[in-house]
Structures are given as C-alpha cells and as structure tokens.
Design a protein around this ligand. Structure first.
Ligand SMILES: [Mg+2]
Length: 370
C-alpha cells in the first residue's frame, strides 16, 4: 500500500470514574490516534501508552515522538505492508506500544483496501466475544460490593479485581461471599508482590479464582515458576510477556498456566496472533487484556479476541465502562458480550464531533510523492 501522510491525533477523554491500580490513578485517558492516509485507503490505530511512565516504561508523549522521529522515517511510503513492519522497525528496540499503534493503522487500511474486516484478516471464528470487567482498587469493601454488583447487573460474565498487599484477601472474600461461587472471578496484582508473600497469596487459593495475574515483577520468571509450586490458583502473566518467544519460555518453565495478551504490549496485533499460536500449541488458556482503549483500540482487541484459542473472557468492556462519550460509536453490552464489528477494517471510525470535542492537537507527517 502507498501512503502519503500519517496523522497523530491527541485526545484527553474523561473517565467516568477514576481508575486506581497498584500502578496509580487515572481520571482522564490521555492518548493519541494514528491515521495513515494513502491514495487508495486510510486506516486508524490507537496508541494506548498512558500519560505517565508508571504502569509501563512507555508513555504517550514519548511514543508520539518515537513514531514521528524514528519509526515513520523507516517506512518506504511507496510500499507499506503491515506484515513487514516488525522488521522495518527492528532498528528501534522496544517501544512496542508505539509500533503497535502504527501497525494497527496500517492493518486497518490494508483491510479496507482489500474489503475485509480485521476479524476476517486475523482469522476470527466468532461474531461476538464475552465481556469481562476490571475493577480498580476501591476505598471500602461496601463500595467494592456496590461497584461489582452494578457490573454483574449489567451482565458482565467475568469480574477482575485489582489487588495490592493488604488489600487482597478481604476484598476477594467479600466479593466471593456476596456473589457466590458462580461468579467467574480473577485478580490482578500488577507486580505488587514478592516471593516472600507466597503465604498471603496462597490464602487466596480457597476462593476458587480463575487466575491471579502478574503477582511478581515483570522480569521475575523464575519467581513466578517457584510461586506456581506454592499456590494452587493458576498464574497468568501480563507484563512479563512481550513476545511469542517470551510466551514460549514462560510456559515451558512453568511460570504461567494462562496468558493475558495485549496487542500494544507485544508490539502489535500480528505478534499477538503469534502468541495465540504458541498458547494453542501448548494448550494454555489465553485472553485479551485492555488498556482503557477508546473504540478504535477496542475494535481491534475485539477482533483479536474473536479468534479460536482465546479461551477466557477478556478485559473487553462496553464503552460506558470507561467513557461517558467514546471517540467512536459506543461498544454496548449484549447479554454479556460485545459484537465483533462486521464492517471493513476495524469496522469503526472516530466521530468527528468527539474528536473535535476531546482532541488536543494534531501532528501531520507528510511523505513526498515518489
Ligand atoms: Mg494486568
């Protein structure tokens, strides 16, 4: 595909409620969209890096600069292919969220040019995906029960609680006792524990959790493998897995029995599909995580989660879980599921009104005609 320019559209979208995890609190989703424009097609992607480098080393302004200064100059605008981007971008190590945003936009454009949906292109087999919800740390147990109760009432089929040391066993006990054993429940520690906390984490075993996500530091693979021998709750890795090679190694060494894949964390949707292939071959459970995406990033995640091999509900919530107004037509909950967009490409586009209301500047990188 030929491209003539790439636009980066910054936005600041207010969250309906502050989202608190062990990594910090967000009240506004700051990010940017990437739009690739060519004579024959255009496409949209979202950069999910947060405003500050706390959850991950990448952050929005940094990713913005990496894309404009270092990644886009590596492209040959007369022949851009999504499948080639990982190799094209290889001279720049890391910066996976930045790379994933460009890849997503190119994939969308390629699909629109070919007249297929992203879901078809990736090999999806489902028309809708089960919706899970992530619940941030709450100020009190009663507020936690209210928040979870509201999501259960809305129909979410799985609930994930953020936990941190000292704010773990009691919240899990309260939710389990209040909602019963039928609730699919899991927890996410966002690296907040150490191996010395094994007893505390083992105290979660009786509550029948689907999994515990990323209890230890992202580089501590051996620690996770050791912890897996000390607790019965299956360990799911999130931050640790940045590539298909990571997934293969962690599974082989017994560091995880479940993988949470986020396309942005692994450098893009195509690497996410390779991780899916690794998990299917190993018989390991897999689900699609989220990063408070707007409808642009959500559409791509929903298409990915529609592939065979995504065995557990993802952090794929309706738009109103996060935003009073999304940048796209909202994703809505339908009997606990989200419909996979059927249109060409990602199947959604930013609404002009939303982008002008919540947009905060645009950068255009033009390529000379060749
Ligand atoms: Mg996580």
């Amino acid at each position: 595909m030929r491209i003539s320019r790439v636009e980066l559209h910054r936005f600041g979208l207010p969250l309906v409620s502050p989202f608190r995890s062990s990594a910090g609190t967000e009240t506004v989703r700051h990010g940017f969209l990437v739009r690739v424009v060519g004579p024959d097609a255009e496409g949209w992607g979202e950069c999910v890096a947060e405003g500050t480098p706390r959850y991950a080393s990448e952050y929005s302004d940094g990713a913005h600069e990496v894309i404009t200064r270092f990644l886009l100059p590596l492209l040959d605008p007369s022949d851009v292919r999504a499948a080639d981007l990982a190799e094209r971008f290889a001279p720049v190590p890391g910066h996976r969220m930045a790379k994933a945003a460009v890849e997503a936009a190119v994939l969308d454009a390629e699909c629109r040019l070919a007249g297929v949906s992203l879901a078809e292109r990736l090999g999806a087999v489902r028309t809708r995906v089960p919706a899970g919800v992530a619940v941030g740390l709450q100020p009190s147990l009663s507020e936690l029960l209210d928040v979870v109760g509201e999501y259960v009432r809305q129909g979410y089929v799985r609930v994930k609680l953020k936990i941190e040391p000292g704010n773990d066993i009691e919240p899990v006990r309260a939710v389990r006792e209040h909602f019963g054993d039928g609730l699919a429940l899991q927890v996410d520690a966002n690296q907040a524990y150490s191996l010395a906390d094994a007893d505390r984490l083992a105290a979660l075993d009786p509550f029948g959790l689907q999994l515990i996500e990323q209890p230890l530091g992202e580089h501590d693979r051996r620690g996770h493998a050791r912890l897996a021998q000390l607790i019965t709750t299956p360990i799911c890795l999130d931050e640790t897995i940045t590539s298909a090679v990571d997934a293969e190694e962690c599974i082989a060494m017994g560091a995880c029995r479940v993988v949470n894949v986020k396309p942005a964390r692994v450098g893009g949707l195509l690497e996410a599909v390779r991780i899916r292939n690794v998990c299917v071959a190993a018989g390991v459970d897999l689900w699609c995580g989220g990063m408070l995406e707007t409808g642009i990033g959500r559409a791509a995640n929903v298409a990915l989660a529609a592939l065979d091999g995504f065995t557990l509900p993802g952090d794929l919530s309706a738009s109103n879980r996060y935003f009073a107004q999304d940048l796209t037509e909202p994703f809505v909950l339908d009997e606990g599921h989200l419909q996979v967009p059927r249109g060409v490409g990602i199947g959604v586009e930013p609404l002009v009104d939303s982008l002008s209301k919540y947009g905060s500047g645009r950068t255009v990188v033009s390529f000379n005609a060749q």
